[in-house]
Design a protein around this ligand. Structure first.
Ligand SMILES: Cc1cc2nc3c(=O)[nH]c(=O)nc-3n(C[C@H](O)[C@H](O)[C@H](O)COP(=O)(O)OP(=O)(O)OC[C@H]3O[C@@H](n4cnc5c(N)ncnc54)[C@H](O)[C@@H]3O)c2cc1C
Length: 414
């Protein structure tokens, strides 16, 4: 039987969504407990934004997210947009700065974000229990039992904030999906998002390390599914960088449902030039350096490693005299620059992706993130079927859903 007199709320998972929820719930008057199965809270926050934590963005709308329930998400962002999150961090005295619409702590250290969250939890007497594995949740009318390996807890409200299964080393090992399954909540299977793409081409071992601005598109079964611009990073297994991350969920979701789909990336290494202008430029260079070897005639045209790859694609020896290059080969070189075709075999796995697509359907939840089937149980953050683009959108949603869930619980219980 429940014994506490104050209304109690338990947050399972001490990540971004869980910590924001715990703070807001404590501010609303709940006695709050966080159950975290790793040895400390907020591990993933420390890794975000390359250690700098890009926690929100000035441009905040539903177009920055993927979910089957856009109207639900639109309402979330209308209630809790950029200004509301900044006000939350103002209340925690975080010093932050804006760079091209992206928000970071002034310190450039994600630890500052985690610190202000931790200090507020302390100030609000939130009980933090680490190294505790939650195994089951049972709703029993007006209270809910939470089972861990060693103990059974009883709470008025339980909030599931376990994240997905991206970067399991930080604690999000997918066990939240199991807990939600036991509660009978419908979910989309998780797949990797914001992740690098792998190719079967062996030449990547040679061109690895190159970074260049490019336009990247992803094609599935002959259809262009998305295009992004930005810095392309070439790795020894394929392609990475922000434009690739933004497109990666198309690949993982496609291959999850159809492992035989034909997927390739197309890279435009000169997005600012038309094919005709590029052809003209290359022809002029070759004409003016006709006596040089082609590798020297084209020096600085692309990164040296890419120049060599381009010549290989056009079946041109790097030592060939520029003036001897056939027109057809020049066209092939231009074709490579404008439409570099990269067969894609998949994405890096969950251990290297920044976020998971999939999770608990928003249609299983009320607008306040309570389960329709279990009104005193809430599901928030990456565990729900929402994933955002790069740019602070995933942390924003994690914080926003946590705070809105706490307010909803307070409205109903306090
Ligand atoms: C390398 C990297 C960089 C990123 N950079 C950015 C960025 O700059 N900006 C941005 O917006 N997003 C970024 N993200 C994404 C963002 O960090 C996540 O979307 C966000 O942290 C999700 O918050 P969450 O609270 O839902 O889940 P998580 O942060 O994953 O937290 C879940 C917590 O629950 C705990 N837990 C799980 N299961 C259980 C259980 N059964 N019992 C008890 N505890 C449990 C976990 O240990 C963990 O502490 C990045 C992600 C990664 C991996």
């Amino acid at each position: 039987m429940k014994q506490n007199t104050a209304k109690t709320l338990c947050v399972i998972g001490g990540g971004a969504s869980g910590l924001a929820c715990a703070i807001e719930a404590a501010r609303c008057g709940f006695a709050v407990t966080i159950l975290e199965h790793t040895d400390r809270i907020g591990k993933k926050i420390l890794m975000t934004g390359n250690g700098k934590c890009n926690f929100t963005n000035r441009l905040m709308n539903e177009e920055q997210y993927y979910t089957d329930e856009i109207p639900f998400l639109r309402k979330v962002l209308a209630q809790f947009g950029t200004d509301e999150l900044l006000a939350f961090f103002d209340s925690l005295h975080l010093c932050y700065k804006e760079k091209n619409g992206y928000f970071y702590p002034v310190s450039n250290q994600a630890a500052s974000v985690l610190d202000v969250l931790r200090f507020e939890l302390l100030k609000r007497d939130v009980q933090i229990v680490t190294s505790t594995v939650v195994t089951d949740i049972l709703e029993k009318g007006d209270y809910t039992e939470v089972y861990t390996k060693n103990q059974t807890y009883v709470f008025d409200v339980v909030v599931l904030a376990c994240g997905g299964k991206a970067y399991a080393v930080t604690g999000s090992d997918g066990s939240g999906y199991q807990l939600c399954k036991k509660l009978g909540l419908k979910q989309n299977p998780p797949s990797e998002a914001l992740v690098a793409l792998k190719s079967s081409e062996t030449y990547f071992k040679v061109v690895a390390g190159v970074r260049t601005d490019a336009e990247v598109s992803v094609w599935v079964d002959g259809q262009c599914m998305g295009t992004e611009m930005g810095e392309l990073q070439i790795t020894d297994y394929g392609i990475s960088g922000i434009p690739v991350f933004q497109l990666s969920r198309i690949v993982s979701v496609t291959l999850l449902h159809n492992a035989n789909a034909s997927v390739y990336a197309q890279v435009d290494l000169f997005p600012a030039l038309s094919k005709q202008a590029l052809l003209q430029h290359m022809q002029e260079r070759i004409r003016e350096n006709a006596m040089l070897q082609i590798q020297d005639a084209l020096s600085g045209f692309l990164n040296k490693k890419l120049n060599t790859l381009m010549l290989k694609h056009a079946h041109v020896s790097p030592a060939m005299q520029a003036g001897d290059i056939k027109v057809q080969s020049i066209h092939q070189m231009v074709q490579f620059c404008k439409k570099w075709h990269i067969p894609i075999t998949g994405t890096n796995d969950f251990s290297k992706c920044q976020v998971c697509a999939g999770g608990v359907w928003l249609s299983e939840l009320t607008q306040g993130f309570a389960c329709k089937k279990h009104p005193n149980v809430y599901v928030i953050g990456e565990l729900t079927d929402v994933d955002g683009k790069c740019g602070g959108y995933n942390l924003h949603y994690a914080f926003a859903s946590g705070i809105l869930a706490a307010r909803d619980a307070a409205r109903r219980h306090i």
